[in-house]
Design a binder for this molecule. Sequence first.
Ligand SMILES: [Ca+2]
Length: 306
Amino acid sequence: MYRRRIIRPLTTESVTILHKGMVAACDTLDGIEDGVISDPRRCTVDPVQFQCNDTKTTNCLTPLQVQAARHIYAGARQSNGKQLMPGQVRGTELGWPGLMNGATPGGSAWLFWKQVVFDDAHFDNAQLDFDKDASRALATKIGNSTLADVYDEKPDMTAFNARGGKFIFFQGWADSTITPLMDLDFYNRIVAKYGQAETDKFLRFFLVAGMGHCGGGEGFSHIGGATGYPIKDDADHDMIRALDLWSKKGIAPSVLIGAHMDGKVVTATRPICRYPLEAKYIGHGDTNEAANFVCAAQEPMPPQPM
Ligand SMILES: [Ca+2]
C-alpha cells in the first residue's frame, strides 16, 4: 500500500537546537543570565543563524526547519500580508512538536474546526488555506452568531467594572499553546478603551517570565491558582489570595512573587510585576532572590520582526 511520506520539519532534536540557540542569544537581554528570556519581544533573532552550512554540519537546522520556524514566529498570515493570528514568541520552541505535529495539530482545537466549522470529517489540516479558509471559517454561523463574532473578544468590561468586578489576568511568556501576544493585544485593547488608570481599577495583567501554558516552564511559574501551588499561602505569593484581598478589602495587587521549583525545592524567586512594569535587578545581591529586584518601567522594545 502506498503511503504518502510526510516530512516533519519539527523534531525533538531540531526544536532543542533552536531553543538552546535562542536562549543563548537572548537570555541576557533582560540583564540576568538565568536561562529565561523574561520578555521575548526583546528577542528578535532570525533562526537562520542556526542553519547548517559548510563549516557547521551538526547541531544545526536544515533550511526547511529554518523556514518552518520563521513561519511559526511570524504567525498566520494571508498572502496579502494580513495577520490573522500573532506568532509564537522565541523561547517556546520545545512545545512545538507536541502541539503542531500529527494529524490533529492542537488536538481538540483542530477537531472543532474540522468537524464543527468546516463540517468535513476528512479535512486535512495540511490543506488549510489561510486566504480562502479563514474567511470561510469566520463566516460560519453557530446559532445566531458567526464565528467571527464569537472569536473576536470584545474589550467591553463596563458592566463588570460597574458591579465592582476584579480581574487578575495572567499569562506565561513562554506559552507555546496560546501565544502571549494575543493576551497582550486583548489587554492593550482594554486599556485603549478605558485608559490605564481606569483599567487598573478592575484589571491587573501579569505576564509570567518563562512560564508555559498556565504553569511549568523554565521561569517563575509558581504563583498559585492554575499555575501550581504558591510557595507561601498569602496575597504576595498566591494570586487567588491576592484576588480575594482585592475584592474584599480593595487592596489591588501590583506584584506577585513567582517561584521556580525543582521538585519541592525553591530554586529562585522573582517579582512578577503587573504589566506594563517589569522586574529589574537592583545590581547587587543574589539574582535568585526576588528581594533584589524592583518593578520598573519597561525599557523600549526593539522593532518586532515580521
Ligand atoms: Ca534571563
